[in-house]
Design a protein around this ligand. Sequence first.
Ligand SMILES: [Zn+2]
Length: 161
Amino acid sequence: MRCPSCGRGEDRVVDSREVEGGAAVRRRRECLSCGYRFTTIERGVGTGLLVVKRSGEREPFDRAKLISGVGAACKNRPVSDEQIAVLARAVEEECRAGGGEVASQALGLAVLDRLRDLDAVAYLRFASVYKGFEDAGDFAREAGLLAGALTKRTAPKRHGG
Ligand SMILES: [Zn+2]
C-alpha cells in the first residue's frame, strides 16, 4: 500500500508477526522513499461473516461446524467429503453475498436447498434436526413434499400430450 506520509508505493517489511491467534498477520513497514514507518494487518477474506441466532446472539461463521453438521446428515450416504466441502463453500459464499450477517434460519435453508439435490435421506435428516420436527406428521409431510419435488424433477418430458 501507499505510504501514509509521502504517498509512494514502495516499502520494505521490517517486522511481521501473527496476531488474533494466527487469524491475521501484522506487518511493520518502512517507506523506501521517506523512511516513514507504518503498520498493515493482513486477514484472510474468509473471515468476518456473522451468524445471527434465533436468540439474537451473533457468532462468527464456522465452516468446520457447518461441515460436521452436514457430514452427520450424510453419514452412510453416497455423498463424498468433497461434495460436502463444495456445498459448505457455496452456502458460505451465498451468505456472504447477502452482507456481513446471516440469520441461522437462512443459513439452514441454504444448506437444505443444496442437500435436496445431493441426497434425499441426508436432506430429511438435516431437515429433521434443523426444523426441529415435533412429531412424525411433520416428517411425513416433508417427505411427501420431497417425493413430489423429486417426481417432478425426474418426470420425462412429453411432447404433444
Ligand atoms: Zn514515504
